[in-house]
Design a protein around this ligand. Sequence first.
Ligand SMILES: C[S@@+](CC[C@H](N)C(=O)[O-])C[C@H]1O[C@@H](n2cnc3c(N)ncnc32)[C@H](O)[C@@H]1O
Length: 704
Amino acid sequence: MVPILGQASRSGSLTARTIAASKTTASSHRLSITSLLFLLTIASSLPPPSSSSSPKPIHHDPSKCLLYIAESTIPNAGIGIFAGTDFHSGQLIGRDGWGDPAFATIDINWNNADPISGARASKSQRDYHWPLTNYDWSSKSLDILQEEGDDTSMTVVGFGAVPNCHFSLLNVAEHGVSYDLAGLDRYNSPGSGAITPFVNRTSTARHDIYAGSELFVSYGSAWFKNRKSYETVPVKESYVLAQGFLERYGLFLLGRRKRSEGDDVVEKGWKLDLVEDNMILKEEARRDLWELIKTFSYVSRAREALPLYDGIIRAIHKGISAVEVENSMRSMDYLEQYGKCVDNIVPGNSTIPHAGRGAFATRFIPKGGLVAPAPLVHFADKSALHMYNETVNKKNKIVKNSKELLTTQLIRNYMFGHPNSSVVLLPYSSNVAYINHHATEFNTRLQWASDNFTAHNEDWLYKDVIHLEQQWRAGLMLEFIATRDIMEGEEILIDYGDRWQSAWNQHIQDWKPVDPSNDYNNYTFLTKMSSDNAGNTKYRRAELFKLDGAPLRTKDEQKTNPYPRNVVIKCRVDLDIGIGNYTHAPKTTPFYRREFVEDDLIKGSKKSHVCNILKRRGMPRIAFHDEDVDVIGPFLYTVEISNAKKKQGKHTIQENHEITGVPIEAIDLVNQKYTSDMFLKSAFRHEMGLPNGLWPEAWMNLTP
Ligand SMILES: C[S@@+](CC[C@H](N)C(=O)[O-])C[C@H]1O[C@@H](n2cnc3c(N)ncnc32)[C@H](O)[C@@H]1O
């Protein structure tokens, strides 16, 4: 993912009203600045651009390579991802089993803070090199209920990282992740805590997609609005404004521009008159005018959304997105010649003990063939991945203890590195993160991208680490190549190298399962949690209390039969339902009581609140006559949510809620921060190695 780049310059802040009254000498070849300003500001809020609809039937052909990476159709946007066949509306993008993993990075600013003052590093100031800044997702956006740490950011490789965002062409919808430990348990596997449990993030087609189309996902308008260097990139509303502008421009070309409010000159069918002979400006003048509009120094997102000159009339007739779609397709010949297939592997359960998941071939791959491309995000300084214990500084502030390095972020296990180099590399295309190691029975090897592919700057391999540090955009690529014929269904394996193998051997030797009768001391390595653990009984993974089908315990029952301290109860309810706006901040905390409604589940999926269970009631017995069994229906719960904070204008309002009739689907038991397996002291951490001779000499800046 390298988002669309807009022009960086911006000047002035002209408002529509102040200049809309300017008169335009439309017949004149030379345009005055006021007429230009008029044109620049007549944008109005007409309906959004209509999407193109093609009569061509959709034909999904799973025998083809379903997805390619290739140079994006957006200028300067690096690589993008393209459909290799048609996809029906709603269809999974990829094939069965396809789903991307997400990696939680924890307290990255705190861990990179100044060790003396405790001043946190800031991502936006980029005072440490954290190139995933532009790839991070919030836990909420991935439907994750369990916050792993105080400040968690999620990196999603594959569809969370490769596709670009183009708000008028969004054709792919992304979904939440699942939580799944792949059977690696702290009580039975040395692999526990070494792999990510956040997996299977799927993507589906928002509408029918034709082969050759570039795929676009939404980063959300806020992504662009929060980043200075993207201040001119069009967001959703920019296309509405630009389309409105075009409609008025079309009238202007016919000499029928609106003179004042209420002047109804937009008669039906006027667009049919938009032919050369009817236009009041000659072709050359129209071209100059458009050139002026597109290059005038007043830059805005809406202006950047306007089409190029050749697309104006089509955009007026069919909508801007219809024109953009035409420009965002690549031919199959192009994709086969210049693209790289990312559909040769899918995730599955690994054949290797304790490894978790692996990657499996979807088709026969001949010896020497491309298994998968691996575009890379480079980290110039791997110490950014360090995680420290805490200490108290002179000002009584909890800061990192830079002398007590505890471990490194989990994502390190998914990176390539070298002990003599501060550089580490994260492959970010789909499914390559799942490729496991075998020292002898590997069937795949790595090489640098060989054909000057757009995503790979070979010269970076010969430049030093300082040069790499200055590059904030991804620009390197490895390729996974078959070392022998690989059959459909075989697990893809590479050799991570001798150092990785020795580290794993040592880990297996040292590893001991957690003692289930006394593991509260083990469940986190951070002393910041230890006061919370004091006197606690034991740890049991939260979700298990729901899976075993037992009714959830009420607050009263928990007095004698408590859940372990690592368990947090969360309710998915929408606290706005039935509550209007406040005209002023209330003096006492308002209390609301109501019955659970279906809308809670729909809207509440992203609104999850820590809650208490007050009461439980069983549903009447239900008889399934066809199966001739009686079953007890699920329980319904009364829950309380205390001191829920709500922002309204400049006020922060606290409310208390009691909601009755809450079904089990809306109640989640999640693990408290810092208590999941990735925080085990014993969890394995080691980067993967590249084959001898592949790691660039120019990056060897450390002595081991
Ligand atoms: C790049 S990831 C591979 C995908 C990973 N298996 C998963 O489920 O997400 C590398 C990690 O997988 C596990 N792994 C890979 N090869 C392994 C092997 N041969 N034996 C045990 N664990 C392995 C280790 O935890 C390693 O740190």
